[in-house]
Design a protein around this ligand. Structure first.
Ligand code: SAH
Length: 352
């Protein structure tokens, strides 16, 4: 028998102890080989099957506004992008999305948008309570960026259960290379701690291969995931958008994203882990590969078809075909082909 190399030993250690030191994370991510990836995915699948079986949970994603007061350098709906065609769904349109989603089998609605000042606390609260009243068996997830503690609390009291807010990158210096002044990593993290304290099931995450990202940055991201211990983690490759300051930057790789998905499954065995749209965009089999690397959630697009192309966070963002909520049957078949089963249930996190 040949002796296992260092990276495989690190994967074993992570599987057993659910932790690594900063130096070990750096080594493992930097020195990984294709062979290590296969080794990792096998373990990651075992862990996800132990906790979640072969179930894949679905979330109906409603992108309800692309107005944004922020100017994140990577994002296609940043305030300075004058070419973005702006839209904002009415309450009736959003409720119609939920109605359609419910009839298709969705039991989680994710309301995502830019930081749109016209959605005041009162307006958003009214929206959340209307959804809560009509579909009481559904989970309501918000992904509306940074707000005050009081605002988060009011939305929670109105019936929101979950909140997705990627920390984007742990390191403040790197954070400032991706965002204009006025936004900071510390503030972003504070929001996450606030959300947790209020009682939300919290999802965080980051872009893989964002400009200037180093292996050290990724190691810090992994340490932060351990510290925060969220219920969900969303990661996807960075993809340039032609009307942003990062138009000419290189996209993040599917391979590294998949490797990190596997690592996160071992780090937080019971976490909910989506195979994201961005992963499906850089690789047409990204969704399947993500599930086989340890992911267990897919978030099809439930926005009204006429606005889907306008929520363009990055170039070529998928929004049709199996990305669309209406194509659930075809998505189900794709999952069955790799031995997994779409579940129409709330799919609450076991990581509590
Ligand atoms: N305004 C909300 C939603 C942001 S969009 C918020 O602040 O949380 C959701 C996620 O898309 C972001 O958190 C970011 O990680 C990702 N994203 C934005 N631009 C991207 C790009 N160019 N490539 C890949 N992912 C991107």
């Amino acid at each position: 028998m040949t002796k296992k190399n260092d990276t495989k030993q690190l994967i074993d250690k992570l599987d057993e102890t659910h932790a690594l030191s900063r130096d070990e994370w750096i080594c493992l991510i930097r020195d990984r080989t294709a062979d290590d990836a296969d080794y990792l995915f096998e373990r990651a699948q075992k862990v996800r099957i132990r906790h979640y079986g072969r179930d894949v949970y679905i979330r109906g994603l409603i992108e309800f506004t692309n107005y944004c007061k922020n100017d994140c350098f990577y994002c296609g709906i940043r305030k300075s992008n004058k070419n973005a065609e702006r839209y904002r769904l009415t309450k009736e349109q959003i409720l119609s999305c939920c109605e359609l989603g419910y009839s298709l089998g969705f039991r989680t609605f994710v309301l995502q948008g830019g930081e749109d000042g016209s959605f005041t606390d009162d307006r958003l609260t009214d929206l959340v309570s209307s959804i809560r009243m009509r579909w009481n068996d559904c989970a309501i997830t918000l992904s509306v960026g940074e707000r005050s503690y009081e605002s988060y609390r009011q939305l929670y009291d109105a019936g929101a259960n979950r909140f997705l807010l990627r920390h984007e990158t742990y390191d403040d210096t790197h954070y400032r290379k991706l965002h204009p002044s006025g936004l900071s990593a510390a503030q972003r993290k504070q929001c996450l701690w606030d959300l947790k304290e209020i009682g939300y099931q919290v999802g965080t995450g980051f872009m893989v291969g964002s400009p200037y990202q180093t292996f050290e940055n990724l190691a810090d991201d992994m340490l932060f995931l351990k510290e925060l211990n969220p219920q969900m983690v969303g990661i996807g490759p960075f993809i340039p958008h032609h009307d942003t300051p990062f138009a000419d930057q290189k996209a993040g790789s599917a391979d590294l994203t998949l490797f990190l998905l596997g690592l996160i499954r071992l780090l937080l065995p019971k976490v909910l882990l989506p195979a994201t749209t961005a992963l499906g965009t850089v690789d047409s089999d990204g969704r399947e590969k993500g599930i086989l690397a340890g992911a267990n959630v897919i978030m099809p697009n439930l926005s009204p078809p006429q606005v889907r192309e306008k929520y363009l966070l990055y170039d070529n963002k998928l929004c049709t075909g199996d990305e669309a909520a209406e194509s659930l049957r075809s998505l189900t078949q794709r999952m069955q082909k790799i031995g997994y089963e779409i579940q129409v249930s709330r799919g609450d996190s076991l990581n509590v």
